[in-house]
Write a protein that binds this ligand. Structure first.
Ligand SMILES: NC(=O)c1ccc[n+]([C@@H]2O[C@H](COP(=O)([O-])OP(=O)(O)OC[C@H]3O[C@@H](n4cnc5c(N)ncnc54)[C@H](OP(=O)(O)O)[C@@H]3O)[C@@H](O)[C@H]2O)c1
Length: 305
């Protein structure tokens, strides 16, 4: 495993994290095996949200922690709040009550990291700052970040909080790559030049904010995974041939494509099976050449300007 030192987080964070969005489908025993394998691979970062599995993902993870209390101190536990049933809510009251519920579900005394899950159009940054201060002073959240936010939204929140935003969790992979397309196509009139994220990649790099990539293997909600998907034949042929070249799995090549970026992004793996997690973790044993990185980028039909 490869790790990154992030100012404000005591332990070095693993470059691959285990995403817990889909674990509600597992039994406690199956999740226990998955977490054990994750830890044995050196994965120390676990990403939750209050809404995953309607709360059940945190609950079942809490059961696993109860059975293995010695694991807690090895882990960096992150959860998120702000998505409610049909609306977003980043009010002070909701942020605080969501964290309290997550702690109860996870059967732990503190979160290492809390992320604001999505921008709430009605968010008041001063209230968010107050919520962060209260959670930090009570010792129940140690560090903060956001997800799916623009540079402007992050600046606004940061203006009202003394706690640095350490992370922005964003959708990113070789198929869903708007974050880098806009930079590559800068100054052109192609659709790829459209900056959907307000220059979020450069902003995060300039401000030492680590990007966490979600859905590393998904093309889109409708298509599902791009692995072995007929719409991505050229990509899959290349993932396979590069897998043979580097002696790792195709999913490791896809993950290595993310890790190769010098921004030092974390990849959040959402697999629920130990075998698939082992294959993804092989990504940290290789470094893609520049030529191979660009070949993958172009394999989904892009041309360089
Ligand atoms: N901030 C946000 O807005 C946001 C949104 C979505 C997700 N997330 C976070 O990101 C994490 C990852 O998202 P995700 O679950 O969509 O990620 P993902 O890793 O792209 O997808 C995992 C899914 O792909 C399947 N899959 C198919 N073939 C696979 C293979 N060869 N290797 C591995 N998996 C394969 C997995 O099945 P198996 O389980 O059978 O392996 C699993 O159902 C989530 O758990 C959550 O923590 C955040």
């Amino acid at each position: 495993m490869k790790y990154k030192k992030i100012k404000g987080i005591e332990k070095e964070v693993s470059m691959i994290a285990l995403g817990c969005m889909r674990i509600d489908r597992l039994s406690v025993e199956a999740l226990e095996s998955l977490v054990e394998v994750a830890l044995s691979l050196g994965i120390n970062f676990f990403d939750h949200a209050d809404i995953y599995g309607g709360g059940q993902s945190e609950v079942i993870f809490g059961e696993v922690l109860k059975r293995n209390p010695q694991w807690r101190e090895k882990m960096i536990l992150q959860s998120k709040c702000g998505i409610r049933n049909g609306y977003y809510d980043l009010s002070k009251a909701h942020i605080i009550s969501s964290v309290e519920a997550s702690l109860k579900h996870l059967q732990t005394d503190y979160l290492d990291v809390l992320l604001l899950h999505r921008p709430d159009a009605l968010m008041d940054p001063a209230e968010i700052g107050e919520a962060f201060e209260s959670l930090y002073k009570r010792g129940i959240v140690k560090a903060f970040g956001v997800s799916n936010m623009t540079p402007g939204q992050m600046s606004l929140i940061q203006k009202h909080s003394e706690f640095p935003l350490l992370f922005n969790q964003l959708q990113f992979n070789v198929v869903h790559s708007g974050m880098i397309d806009a930079g590559i196509y800068a100054n052109m009139k192609d659709a790829s030049a459209i900056d959907y994220d307000g220059g979020v990649l450069d902003y995060c790099r300039v401000n030492d904010i680590t990007i966490q990539c979600w859905s590393i293997l998904q093309a889109s909600w409708t298509e599902g995974s791009y692995l072995d998907h007929p719409n991505y034949e050229a990509l899959n042929l290349l993932l396979k041939s590069l897998g043979e070249k580097y002696n790792v799995s195709p999913s490791a090549i896809a993950t290595a494509w993310i890790l190769r970026h010098p921004a030092g992004m974390q990849a959040i793996a959402g697999t629920t099976t130990p075998e698939n997690l082992r294959k993804i973790a092989q990504a940290t044993t290789i470094t893609l050449s520049r030529e191979d990185w660009y070949a993958l980028y172009k394999s989904v039909g892009r041309q360089l300007p």
